[in-house]
Design a binder for this molecule. Structure first.
Ligand code: E4P
Length: 217
């Protein structure tokens, strides 16, 4: 499973990138707002840092304007994936932009039917939002599994990009289901390293090393 980082924080991207943890980046208007930076400037900086796809989201609601915005975003760098919402107009924009050879990430997906439409429209990525479904007492992971089954049934090449990930557990569950990509905030990716037994075991080793007088360098 590929790891995308769900942030526009370039310091956080750099830290994970240095460890080989960044296969791509996803942003959205809320993350751009959080960064406090200009969308074109920060997106360009991110594209220069990572070689994988960097999702940048349109803000228009009608297809024609989404296409114009998507073309402008795609000019930033070759690794831009234009992010469009899963609306009828978003699907129209997806078809036009993918026909032009651009990568398109169809976002705000909350049902298997929506994912089916995105694949038919040629989406490069479909972004089902796990956490926001879980927030409503629905099952976000079940949606990932349903989309996996449907895409595999028909050989759709659209990549399942599990989004709105809130926990380290979401990451391993997505990997078990077979999501192609999971995009997660930097804190969630780092939290994947945590285990209480690792902390406990290390604590004991440190104590014993001190008692044994072990010195290595
Ligand atoms: C990524 O593409 C999505 O925009 C993001 O994962 C949404 O996450 P949230 O539901 O935590 O805002």
């Amino acid at each position: 499973m590929k790891f995308f980082v769900d942030t526009a924080d370039t310091d956080a991207i750099a830290e994970l990138n240095a460890l080989g943890m960044v296969d791509g980046v996803t942003t959205n208007p809320s993350l751009i707002l959080k960064s406090g930076r200009d969308i074109l400037e920060v997106t360009k900086e991110i594209c220069d840092m990572v070689s994988g796809p960097v999702s940048a989201e349109v803000i228009a609601l009608d297809a024609e304007s989404m296409i114009a915005e998507g073309r402008k975003l795609a000019e930033i760098a070759e690794n831009i994936a234009v992010k469009v919402p899963l609306t009828w107009d978003g699907l129209k924009a997806c078809k036009v932009l993918t026909d032009e050879g651009k990568m398109v990430n169809v976002t705000l997906c909350f049902s298997a039917n929506q994912a089916l439409l995105a694949a038919k429209a040629g989406a490069t990525f479909i972004s089902p939002f796990i956490g926001r479904l879980d927030d409503l007492n629905m099952d976000g992971l079940e949606l990932i599994a349903d989309i996996r089954e449907i895409y595999d049934n028909y050989g759709f090449e659209t990549n399942i990009l599990a989004a709105s990930i809130r926990s380290a557990n979401h990451m391993s569950e997505c990997a078990k289901i077979g999501a192609d990509v999971a995009t997660a905030p930097p804190g969630v990716i780092k939290a994947m390293a945590n285990h209480v037994l690792t902390d406990k075991g290390l604590d004991q080793f440190v104590k014993d090393a001190k008692q044994a007088g072990i010195k290595i360098v």
